[in-house]
Design a protein around this ligand. Structure first.
Ligand code: ATR
Length: 290
């Protein structure tokens, strides 16, 4: 599912995903498929990278046009860019780097949060059967984010921006406290989340790797607390339905899979990479069929 080397010409635009590990990523499959389907002259590579600063120093003057950034480089990527979009700066993490054609400068963005937040908003609209208005269905809601890493920061920032009241629950309390202080929210130790149910209809977003393949039997929260939540989101997309999501559905919550977040961040990156509107339907189809 990569690309045909014979299609690579001097004017072919070259992209790649920087990560370690990186082999699990679905991005090369997705972008090469999209480029081929829309007739865009580009290829997208796996880039197994130890030190992103060294890598970008060595390769930024070559023909690379843009990069996706994944674990564990999202926070380091921010420091390597010449300019950082204000949203990515507030989040403290970059998942997309574009080399500006006019001066070769590296510009950092974060497209993670848009994908997750709009998928959650869509999920809530389904429940309340409402049409999209200017007021986010997240406004005023109690929004609990599990985890305080790059993905946790993005979710917390996005939820706050939509007017939600944000609570960070993290295994290491100090990290939760730090993030809560940065965005203006409350902090909990993850162990205390079992007894935390100040109200019904809350939203829960898992941004840790607990429940990811191969440890699919794990879950970050016991089932009995899930009945207090109206919507549960899991950033994990392998498997598509985690134990957390299965138990949340059984408890009557709307569930939103990390696949939606993945698709949403891909729309944003695709537009930044090609300068064209993202073929959303095509991206959705490729990911659903994968
Ligand atoms: P990412 O950028 O993908 O969010 P990260 O920065 O390594 O990755 O953050 C991982 C998050 O998952 C952290 O909040 C981490 O909790 P700690 O701050 O206590 O390390 C959380 N996490 C990872 N493994 C976990 C586990 N087994 N149980 C609970 N939380 C876990």
């Amino acid at each position: 599912y990569l690309y045909n080397l014979r299609q690579v010409a001097p004017d072919t635009k070259v992209y790649g995903i920087i990560g370690k590990p990186v082999r699990h990523s679905k991005s090369p499959m997705l972008y090469n498929e999209v480029f081929k389907s829309v007739g865009y002259n580009g290829v997208y590579l796996f880039l197994l990278v130890d030190d992103i600063a060294n890598f970008l120093r060595a390769y930024s003057s070559t023909d690379f046009v843009g990069f996706s950034v994944t674990i564990p480089h999202k926070e380091a990527a921010l420091k390597c860019c010449d300019e950082v979009d204000p949203v990515a700066k507030s989040i403290g993490a970059v998942n997309c780097v574009i080399r500006r054609p006019t001066d070769g400068k590296l510009i950092g963005y974060n497209t993670d949060y848009v994908g997750a937040i709009s998928a959650i908003e869509d999920g809530l609209q389904v429940k309340y059967n409402g049409s999209r208005t200017n007021v986010s269905p997240l406004a005023g809601k109690l929004f609990v984010v599990i985890g305080a890493g790059g993905a946790g920061k993005a979710l917390a920032y996005g939820a706050k921006e939509k007017g939600a009241r944000v609570v960070i629950a993290n295994r290491t309390y100090d990290r939760a406290r730090e993030l809560a202080d940065t965005i203006g929210g409350d902090a909990l130790s993850l162990a205390d989340l079992d007894n935390y149910h100040p109200e019904d209809g809350m939203i829960l977003a898992n941004t840790t790797s607990v429940g990811m393949q191969p440890k699919v039997d794990e879950t970050p929260v016991p089932k009995y607390v899930l009945k207090y939540y109206s919507l549960v989101f899991d950033a994990i997309y392998t498997p598509k339905t985690t134990r957390l999501l299965k138990e949340a559905e059984e408890s009557g919550a709307i569930i939103v899979s990390g696949l939606e977040m993945f698709k949403g961040q891909a729309y944003g990156q695709c537009e930044k990479f090609t300068g064209l509107p993202a073929p959303k339907e095509l991206i959705g189809k490729i990911m659903e069929n994968y």
